[in-house]
Write a protein that binds this ligand. Sequence first.
Ligand code: GAR
Length: 321
Amino acid sequence: MTDKTKIAVLISGAGTNMAALVYASRIADAPYEVVLVASNDPAAPGLALAQAEGIATFALPHRGMTREAHDAAMEAAVLQAGADHIVLAGYMRILSDGFVERWAGRMLNIHPSLLPLYRGLDTHARAIAAGDSHGGTSVHLVTPELDAGEVLAQLRVPIVPGDTPDTLAERVKLAEHQLYPRAVADYVSRWRDPVRLLDRVRALALALPETDERESHGSPGFRVGGEKGGKFFAYFSDQHHGVAHIACLVRTGSMDELLALVEDQPEIYFKPAYYGASGWVGIILNRPGVDWDEVAEWLARSWRSVAPRRLTRLIDAADAF
Ligand code: GAR
């Protein structure tokens, strides 16, 4: 399978989370593959495992280098390996803002606490000292502020009598090894997740005036004009009629326009079964880099082509200014 997301894993130590990510990636249908394991410590035990698994490795000690220079060297190795996401797994370096910003939305970290509790170090000791009933682990997006990016997934782990920071850390790692591969897989698959895609289309469609949602031939459809006499201006189509696409169907102006779109940009547009015959176009949503502003514009245009006069009049008047 060639459409797997390529990830680089950065480690500083044992690399047990890296190992969990690697083995999960070897299970059929995993949506990502590990193309590089890199470390700021050439002696990190995880590197040897990665090598034994036939994965490219890169190691560069940070001593004597500025943070920016070290980050730049790590980033160069990541790019050279062809990775499009960076997954931090026990990488015990604070990253420079520039590096983090360049990978915004494409860099994940796992942190051994239930964020927003206990950012930074010594998380297990702090949770025990506070008398917490649970520690845990969080997978989050990396932003310039330490351990503060959006939390994508969490698992709670009980603190038991007699726990020390080490015994708790060990138990939390068991949870991490389950959570991280799943969270990474979900994250890199988000652009082809029909539930998320429908949520986005629904939010855009129902933001237009006087709209409602109604199922039509098994697909969610969006109408304008009220309960009686409402007209459909969009459908959400999840791999219907044997096509591989998850798509939003909207009205074009004419068959000529539809055919030109499909011919010029077949990676974005297709002629849907049945609806295509009446000039509807399918906008393919299960591809990386969908321009959602463009989807919103199509929905608005399609809405307008069937909305009652009393609604479009106001918009026409506003447009005239
Ligand atoms: C993991 O528990 C991870 O959550 C933690 O380091 C450990 C690495 O273990 N990360 C941090 O503390 C980041 N601030 P591993 O090398 O065996 O995966």
